[in-house]
Design a protein around this ligand. Structure first.
Ligand code: ARG
Length: 570
């Protein structure tokens, strides 16, 4: 159950019954559940924030309201601290009873939420930037579903733009005789080098770039030979994508509309724009001016068609928004993307609002920061190239292997993969989404501290105790809790509030930090409250097993929301 909600609702209701507070606005009153429970399990600032309205010193107000809160049946102890904070300690029996109540997620309103993340590209290796998008997006998807929303995930594949043309042009240059033969095969081991090579070449060679841009337009118009080659490229990239999605334990995307398929709705979108007189021509390109008098920062125009009349990243994204409106009609669209795309999304949101697709308030972008190497610069491989996504996963697996070997253990490959997955994902999720972070394979794979392996280790330990005990059915007649039992139960009952908070703030780190704290409480409990030891009496054992089971179940829910997998042993 959501203990916080139940307790704070009761406290607020009690305050509503204090005659001296009648007519007083209680909006500023907050109830806290402090992490350090030395002074109480809950505290309220009521007396402090009401001084102005009541014209009385906080301590005096605290004394007035104290008896009303003290009368609540769950209060074991209540005291006034400092200038007027009221600390409340809960009765053990109340904690136990609450913990035995079935948990239910109370959702205010179930929403349809389109979540756009991952967004990999054809012909370009998946890079480190796609890691956070995948992990954060997948976790938001899982949480939304858990909270009773209807999330719909979109992998907005980059399959229609200049990169396609660059790689087509490059293959044509490399294999002038063969590129358009039906049996021409693209060498998969070389394929990922084509885009960076072509892109570097185009920078130095204006003729080549011109050819690329011409190819882009012809390709979009359906040039059969370019298209045949593109389909071969797509096969390779899509299979890389599928394998990464599997390795990262990402829930398969509901929708891979992609830029190419979105482009099919461009005519309809163009018509709306023309009817509203929003399109203008600038240097041959078709654009939408977005700058208003209120803009202090630069606001470039929205590029609808480039100067050759080709579709653009902007226009296909707008077409995808149109598609979403006409199919899902979502309450919200959340884009999880690199923070460098924030301006693009601001532009997209403005146009979407201008043409009446979505109000600005329904569109959100969660721009994530970069993953850097220990030198603080964008992560590179040992050979100095930009890190690829698969390269990073492999590095973490290697680090886990080394650590396991060092400890003299022998774990199956599947377990190693699960530990690596936890190391990588937990570390990613525990950082504030918007900030950059430094990726250190050695640090993220530690078995102690704020790491994925530590989380798994705790789950494995709880599982093992419960397995050894077999039955947790016996109902214990216990009314008194030890400090470790108390803390753990209170932690368990904070799960729902945490998940809701993590979603409302689009901050998965709230969930990861909770999972870590829960593990710490579970391990302290485990060390201080023997369960299976012979001298523990039956009632105590049963009671502790029930707490361990609740801790395990809660931790496993958190683990699933983070998209990790728990091995049977570690
Ligand atoms: N494919 C782009 C990239 O790799 C990201 C696309 C983000 N999503 C969107 N709807 N624009 O950078």
């Amino acid at each position: 159950m959501n203990l916080y909600k139940s307790v704070s609702d009761s406290i607020k209701a009690a305050l509503g019954c204090v005659p001296e507070l009648s007519g007083v606005d209680l909006a500023a009153v907050s109830i806290e559940a402090p992490k350090d429970r030395a002074f109480g399990d809950y505290a309220t600032n009521a007396a402090m924030v009401l001084t102005k309205q009541l014209g009385q010193p906080p301590r005096q107000i605290a004394e007035t309201i104290l008896p009303y809160i003290a009368a609540l049946d769950f209060v074991a102890d209540i005291s006034i601290a400092g200038p007027g904070f009221i600390n409340i300690k809960l009765k053990d029996e109340f904690i136990l009873n609450s913990a035995n109540q079935k948990s239910q997620i109370i959702n205010r309103k179930s929403e349809i939420i389109d979540l756009d993340y991952g967004s990999y590209n054809i012909a370009k290796a998946m890079h480190i930037g796609h890691l956070r998008g995948s992990i954060v997006g997948d976790t938001l998807y899982r949480i939304a579903r858990f909270l009773g929303h209807r999330p719909i995930s979109y992998n907005h594949i980059g399959d229609w733009g200049k990169p396609m043309a660059l790689v087509i042009a490059w293959i044509m240059k490399k294999f002038p005789q063969d590129w358009n033969k039906p049996d021409f095969k693209i060498d998969e081991t070389e394929f990922n080098d084509y885009y960076p090579a072509a892109s570097a070449h185009a920078k130095e060679n204006p003729e080549f770039l011109k050819q690329v841009l011409a190819i882009k337009k012809k390709f979009q118009d359906g040039h059969p030979e370019y298209f045949a080659l593109y389909e071969k490229m797509m096969k390779i990239s899509m299979s890389e994508m599928e394998s990464v999605v599997k390795r990262l334990n990402i829930i398969p995307f509901d929708n891979t509309l992609g830029e190419r398929n979105a482009a099919k709705y461009l005519d309809a979108v163009e018509k709306i724009l023309r009817d509203k007189n929003l399109l203008t021509t600038d240097d041959g390109a078709t654009i939408i001016n977005l700058k208003t008098d209120l803009d202090t920062a630069p606001m470039p125009p929205f590029m609808f068609y480039d100067s050759r009349g080709a579709d653009t990243y902007d226009s296909t994204d707008l077409a995808a928004t149109y598609y979403k409106k006409n199919t899902d009609n979502p309450d919200k669209i959340i884009y999880v993307s690199d923070f460098r795309q924030n301006l693009h999304f601001e532009q997209l949101f403005r146009v979407s609002e201008m043409i009446g697709l979505f109000p600005r308030s329904a569109l959100e972008s969660v721009g994530f920061g970069s993953i850097n190497g220990k030198d603080g610069k964008p992560l590179k491989t040992r050979s100095g190239a930009n890190a690829t996504l698969t390269g990073v996963i492999d590095t973490v697996i290697e680090a886990v292997c080394a650590r396991v070997k060092e400890s003299g253990k022998n774990l199956p490959d599947d377990t190693i993969a699960m530990i690596a997955l936890a190391a990588l994902k937990f570390n990613d999720l525990m950082h504030d989404v918007k900030s950059d972070y430094i990726f250190d394979p050695d640090a993220v794979t530690q078995f102690e501290g704020r790491t994925g392996p530590y989380i798994l280790y705790t789950a494995v330990r709880l599982n093992s105790v419960l397995k050894r005990a077999q039955s947790t059915e016996h109902r214990a007649k216990i009314t008194k809790l030890s400090i470790e039992e108390r803390n753990l139960l209170l932690g368990i009952m904070d799960f729902e509030r945490t998940v809701q908070n993590a979603f409302d703030k689009r901050s998965p780190d709230i969930l990861t930090n909770y999972a870590y704290d829960l593990c710490q409480m579970a391990n302290t409990f485990y060390h201080n409250c023997p369960i299976l030891r012979e001298d523990v009496d039956g009632d105590t054992r049963a009671h502790r097993l029930q707490i361990a089971a609740k801790a395990r179940d809660t931790l496993v829910m958190a683990i699933e929301l983070m998209g990790l997998r728990v091995p049977s042993e570690m």
